[in-house]
Each structure stands twice: as C-alpha cells, then as structure tokens.
Write a protein that binds this ligand. Sequence first.
Ligand code: ATP
Ligand code: MG
Length: 415
Amino acid sequence: MSKKTPQAIRGTQDIFGPEAEAFAHVVETFERIRRLYRFRRVEMPVFERTEVFARSLGETTDVVSKEMYSFEDRGGESLTLRPEFTAGIARAYLTNGWQQHAPLKVATHGPLFRYERPQKGRYRQFHQIDAEVIGAGEPQADVELLAMADQLLRALGITDVTLHLNTLGDGASREAWRAALVEHFRAVRGELSEESQERLEKNPLRILDSKDPRDKPFLADAPKIDDFLSDEAQAFFAAVTSGLDAAGVKWVRAPALVRGLDYYRHTAFEFIPDAGSASAAALGAQSTVLGGGRYDGLIESLGGPPTPAVGWAAGIERLAMLVGAREEPRADAVIVVENDARLADAIALLGRLRQAGFASELLASGSPKKRFDKARKIPAHVLVSFPVAETGETIRLLGDGSPTAAALETLVRGR
Ligand code: ATP
Ligand code: MG
C-alpha cells in the first residue's frame, strides 16, 4: 500500500473559511431572492442517463462532445454526471407529469461536472444556482427571470456587471441566419482558426463566440440576426426589452452573443463585468457570471410535447469571487471553563444560550490556565467565564457593549 497521502482530483476545490462564507452567502442570498420571486425549490439527481444530455444539448456542443463525465455503471448503462441543470429538470418535468403545474417556476443549486482545462474561475467540479420557468411562452417570463438575476446581483453588492442581451429569433429566423453565417465564413474558410473551421460544419453560430485573433477580422462584418428576424420574433424581443425597461433592469444589446447550446431560441443573455471594473479584474479571463435564455425546443427533443421554457444559471464560485472573502461571523458568546468542577454548569448554560438562539461555543479543553487567553482570541460579543473558586466569583462576564451583549448578559445572570 502506498504511504503517499491522496491528492484532490484536478479541477476540484476544497473550500474553507472566508471563501466558504462567501460561497454560503451567495447561496443564501439566492434562496431569499427566489422566494421573493415565488420560484419553487427542486432537488435534482447528480447523474442522469447520458442520452438526457446528449439529446437535449445536442451532440455538436462543446459540453457533449468534449466535457462530459460519462461512465458505464455496473448494470452496463451509460450515465453522466450532470454538466448543467436544465436538461435534468426538463427530463423530470416529463417523467413526473409536472405539466400540471405549468407555468412551473423552479430553482435549485448544487455541483456540476465538466472535463475542462482548470484555471482561475474554471473547474471540473463547480457549482451553480439555477432558475427555470417551464411552460411559459410569454416574454414576461424572460423579463421576470432577468429582473430576478439583476436583483440577485445587486443584493450581493455586485454593481459593475451588466446584462448583455440578444435574440436568436424563432426557429425559422435562426435557421436563415445560420445559413447566411455558413456562407459568409465558408468564403474565408482557410483563414479561420482550426476550431472555427470545425464549427463551420457543426455549430457555425459559435464562431461568433471565438476569441481567436485569426477569426476576429471576419466577425465584425458577419451577417446580423436582425436582418433575419421574422415579425413575430421582432415583436417578442421588443416585448422583452420594454419589459426590462419597465422593471428598471439595465441592458445592452449584444448582437453577436450566442449561447453554446443548440436548444436556444429568442432571448439569449449573459451578465458580464464592465470593462476595466473591479469585477472584470477579479474574474480575469472567465468573464461570464450568469447566462441563459429561452429553450423552447428542448423538451420536444426529449420526446415531450412542444413546451416553451426559459432559464438561467450562474457559477457560485465566480459570484463568490466577486463578493470577495467574507469574515466568518463572530460568536454571540464564548464560554470558558477555567475551573473543571464547573463543567456541568457551563454545559447547561451553553445549551440554554443555543436554545435561545445565541451562537455560542465552549472552551473546556487543554491547560485550564491557558483557556481564558485562548477564549479571548475568539471574536465574540460576550465572554462568559467559570473562574477558579479562589477568586470568589461564580461567573465572570465580559461584554462588548452591543445590544446582543446586553441581551446575553440578562439571560446569563437571570438563570
Ligand atoms: P464559459 O463560456 O465560461 O465556458 P458556459 O457558457 O460554458 O461558460 P454555462 O453553461 O452557461 O457556461 O454556465 C453558466 C455559468 O456557470 C457560467 O456563466 C459560469 O459562471 C459558470 N460556469 C460554467 N462552467 C464553469 C466551470 N467549468 N467552472 C466554474 N464555473 C463555471
Ligand atoms: Mg463552457
């Protein structure tokens, strides 16, 4: 047997202390906001049959073709660790007959898995918060989701991130645009990056996303979706933007914004740090914090009835980086037992304080002489000490003068 200690898997993180506090703060804030917007909580399996993702995301996407953690289980079935939430939620919508709840507003959070090149802000196990509205075809659903995302960011104190908004039109608009893009890029095929040459056949919209300098010269004059939008698609987008204006959500038009997945229709969006802002500096190259859009075709691709839907997801780690490390909250009370004969009294008091809702901890181990000094170093509103008998005192209280300390002192004295 090897004596070497095991290492964590590449691209995973062990999150602790102030970073873990930031992570928890993101999740707690999301939970509060999703209740304000009346989104219902769902818990989803971490793995699904591989086909759930292959069929809904499309075989040509980066996620399905390169990034999935797929394996055969002992029964010989191909399973995949979820790389995103939407496909699993769509599957559950069909399996459980959640149509009866349509329009269904749901929210969840948890770990996702993608085989990517790990770097700052990009991991192989990462976490998302996620919100979806299934069975709602009106632009109002898009507006509500975007207002929710915007309020979440503001509640987290993130003010230098802006909504970049685009429309991909309906199925027909998108197809016409796609054909025009293929024609445009085919003419300069040999000068494109290898990756974009490959995308030309499989997923030409994604070329617009390219960061490769060889592709850049051909992006600016590429055909624009606006020239291909049907009247319906135009009206839909206008309703989304006027709804955002009414809701006070700031946005900018991003005509080249396409989302990586095949299933998007109409609205597509990302929240991106403003150039030169603190958030841009904090995130570096991984700039998108929250992304989503409308995926009216997805449920059909899983064999369900035509079902309009829209949703978004945001990386918890990236949001936590923008929030910044947060101090672990101070204790309300620290109880220190300098006199071991008083341990039972201390345990009883500790129980009462916690029952009353005061965050409290007990220090009763190690050298009794050193305990008091140790206890003083723990940030707390009140220090309660059970001193040695010779001092004459049965209990000593050191408060910081805060209202919490006053309430605690009353409780400790009045036992
Ligand atoms: P990117 O362009 O950064 O690869 P994406 O388009 O693949 O993002 P989505 O699938 O839309 O990302 O996921 C939504 C959000 O989840 C992203 O905006 C990001 O905050 C987060 N995210 C995606 N992949 C990762 C990852 N590997 N590590 C950490 N966060 C991630
Ligand atoms: Mg990606």
